[in-house]
Design a protein around this ligand. Structure first.
Ligand code: TRP
Ligand code: SF4
Length: 334
């Protein structure tokens, strides 16, 4: 039996569901890490549009737009199609074939006990998720990963159960048909919890986001009115940065020595909240202003997004075909 190639450079695969514009939490949680990985490894990053259907099967009209918005955000932030493979899941039909084949040997009990599945069933109340596709979500995710013979998968903590399941499915496949894939390992992304404008977790469903594509004046207006420590009613009232969501953002976007000054000056009311927020705005602009420049360049080149996806698709499809050929052979259905 042929063994998988030894991973010298890691083969990295990860995806995000296209839910529209990226916010700062999405950036910190995934894309920032991807940008770092693209120089050191062979990376495949894709827009998981089929996965988006698992919870949004009723509203498919926005999907196409969301895909383009997300790709534009990716490129503007610095994902570079010259250094990694960017593509759209639904363009590579082998995902579907492998999903089907893996589905034949994945015990339903494994899927039912998946904690993320159970959580989401409870949390998402406004949609009926008792669907076959939703239950099979991790099987499709496994197909996404092993189709490119990934060795490592950068994910946040919430996706670790899915990856564990992927590894179990891989082991079961190997026991039944022989070895074809590497067993993919999670590459845990350190995800600082990013509060939104109201102090709750930054999330589209709370309408409390700063978007990567927000113009500078919009960012400032959001920050200006952002919640702070309630103790600071007047300029002279001292506060506690630990109770202030603005300070949690400083933790991510402001250099450490400046953070220390703010921490001290907030407690003695030596700094006012508006000045404090101006420093934060400057830190956020360091990320967003070059992204805005790149976005302008991209928008001036019509056809570029499609071109990026086409090129990415060619490279992805090549790898996918190679793998699926091995799978068919192993399962004796070629
Ligand atoms: N489940 C991931 C999420 O919601 C998206 C995803 C789909 C993914 N397929 C993947 C991530 C394969 C990593 C690898 O964020
Ligand atoms: Fe928050 Fe800064 Fe105001 Fe302190 S000074 S309460 S850290 S915004």
């Amino acid at each position: 039996m042929e063994r998988p190639d030894p991973p010298i450079i890691r083969r990295i695969v990860s995806g995000i569901q296209p839910s529209g514009k990226l916010h700062l939490g999405n950036y910190m949680g995934a894309v920032r890490n991807w940008i770092e990985l693209q120089d050191r490894h062979d990376c495949f990053f894709f827009i998981a549009d089929w996965h988006a259907l698992s919870t949004n099967y009723e509203r498919t009209d926005r999907l196409r737009n969301h895909v383009r918005e997300m790709l534009l955000d990716w490129l503007s932030l610095g994902l570079d199609p010259g250094r990694c493979t960017l593509f759209q899941q639904s363009h590579v039909l082998e995902h579907a074939e492998l999903y089907l084949l893996l589905g034949m040997m994945t015990p339903v009990a494994w899927l039912l006990r998946n904690p993320t599945y159970k959580d989401q069933m409870v949390q998402i109340e406004n949609r009926d998720l008792a669907m076959y596709g939703f239950l099979g979500y991790p099987v499709l995710m496994t197909a996404d990963i092993v189709l490119y013979r990934a060795t490592h998968v950068p994910v946040g903590q919430d996706q670790v159960p899915h990856l564990e399941l992927a590894r179990e499915i891989v082991r079961r496949f190997h026991a039944l048909y022989g070895e074809v894939f590497p067993e993919p390992l999670p590459l845990l992304t350190e995800t600082p919890k990013l509060p939104g404008l109201d102090g709750r977790k930054m999330s589209k469903s709370y309408d409390n986001c700063i978007f990567v594509s927000d113009p500078a004046d919009v960012v400032w207006e959001k920050l200006r009115t952002m919640k702070t420590d309630e103790r600071r009613k007047r300029r002279n009232d001292p506060g506690n940065p630990e109770d202030c969501p603005v300070f949690s953002l400083h933790n991510v976007f402001t250099p450490l020595p400046v953070q220390k000054d703010i921490d001290r000056d907030c407690r003695t009311a030596a700094i006012g909240c508006i000045d404090c927020k101006k420093i934060l705005a400057a830190g956020i602009e360091e990320l967003l202003s070059p992204a805005r420049e790149r976005r302008k360049e991209i928008e001036n080149r019509p056809g570029l997004l499609s071109e990026v996806l086409e090129n990415g698709h060619s490279r992805a499809a090549r790898e996918a075909e190679l793998t699926i050929e091995k799978v068919r052979e192993a399962m004796k259905i070629s």
